[in-house]
Design a binder for this molecule. Sequence first.
Ligand SMILES: Nc1ncnc2c1ncn2[C@@H]1O[C@H](COP(=O)(O)OP(=O)(O)OP(=O)(O)O)[C@@H](O)[C@H]1O
Length: 537
Amino acid sequence: MPEIILTNITKRWGNFYAVDNLNLTIADNSFVTLLGPSGCGKTTTLRMIAGLESPTSGKITIDGETVFDSEAGINVPPNKRKVGFLFQNYALWPNMTVYDNIAFGLKNIKEEMPSVNFAVKKLDDLMEVLKKAPALKTIFEESLNKEGEVDAKKATLKIIDKFKVSSYTAKSILGFKLYHVESFEENVEKKLAELSAHKDAEIQKISQKGITLNEKYEEIKDGKVILKKRRLHKEEVDLRVYDVAKIVKIGMFMDRYPNELSGGQQQRVAIARTLAPEPKVLFMDEPLSNLDAKLRLEMRSELQRLHVDTNSTFIYVTHDQLEAMTLATKICLLDNGILQQYEEPLTVYEKPNNIFVADFVGNPAINFVDAVGKEVDGKFQIKIWDKYDVTFTPNEKVNYDKWLKEAEAKALAEKHEYAIEKINKDMPFNYVVSKVESTELVSEDATKHKADFILGIRPEFIEINKDGQFEGEIYSSMPTGMETTVKIKVGKYLVTGVVFGNINYHIDEKVRFNINTDSINIFSASNQRLVTTGSLK
Ligand SMILES: Nc1ncnc2c1ncn2[C@@H]1O[C@H](COP(=O)(O)OP(=O)(O)OP(=O)(O)O)[C@@H](O)[C@H]1O
């Protein structure tokens, strides 16, 4: 199964760099989300891997095969990259039933495959079902309608499901009209004998041509499986259609047209259609954005299950950080065409590379607190909120001067010459320190900050406690049922906390609080990068 490697991928339109020197290895079987604000280059990245967009420079390999190389002049078209797509506008064909929508792509596949004897396979499938007569009888009994007759549609689905046969085989079984209860077993025996004779005749026919069959019904001549360039047989298409329909639970809707389905059901059909040709890599560009919140949540968990069930590699574009956090095995966070962090969701959350990442993931957003001071013997002696002198103790001892020099050297090494002068210059991310007087939280130019450091404190670490170290007043309190989001005013600053449970604080109520964690981030104000994590006392 495929690993995808992007090496120095750049996409530029004129002197605008949509994706800037991206290096990324997407492991086989992973679920990678491309995350970032609007216009950061997520879709462009996805389209380049899929082959829908050509990079300006760089190299892409999928499963060891180079599919794009600007220097070697290689550019494999999308239909040869064995990838599937699921886009935001998943337009189903309105004039086709659900079944035909899913089957459509499969019917178009034409490649060299083993020649399979479907006549014998079908006879064997039929006999396999009939040999399990009691189970079949139960299905008939369960499918009786009010008039006491077998509901053909219901029974067909149950037969497909129970015996893993195609709808053609299931319909043939129904066509045998075996279900007169008093003579059921007798009918089955008679039919079995008939089918067995039929099979013998078929085998006889092919053996005259020197052909035998293996256990997959592939035709063998002179000791070799016969290979033919052919389309998929309707039996193969059918089995696959029902297989994927089962995964997304739409087996009951096969005969309906898209306009007879709800939005969520349509979306599931679109997913089934994408999955049907068994793509090694599945690309999804905001596929859930058309759904309501509840369905979105439901489909998210379906997608997660699909990922495990199908063993494919999923690459998923979203600007919804929660979606990215919950689904991904790894998040690729981009800003302004530049990779900010590529790590597991929890690492991105707990150890954000820089303040942009810290701000982008997490809801409510992380609190940024300006801190003035210096590092003394591995600890940071700082003043926060203009009044508290505190000590930030890193989890691992840090020499800040050394760290700064190394960070500078690294930045210098990463800096590269541009082929064409770049218009989208890398602006420092403007972080917001929440303050009371600004009704609108305006961002301040980071370069003007007097702070030496910026602390990043997640709202869940604010612990309201009468013996707390810090003092403030409740600015706002918003209970949501499961948790309460509070804003606490500390001097002119605002701190957001999330408290578990349904607690309603009074506005202007005086409270004390602690920051009880060793997961506080300390960023350097000069380069906005994460120095380390630690605790505050
Ligand atoms: N054909 C084009 N010509 C010029 N610029 C383009 C072209 N296509 C995309 N861009 C620009 O490249 C940047 C990246 O676009 P892209 O679609 O990858 O962003 P995105 O991260 O997917 O955004 P969104 O979340 O809004 O869909 C954007 O600034 C966009 O305007």
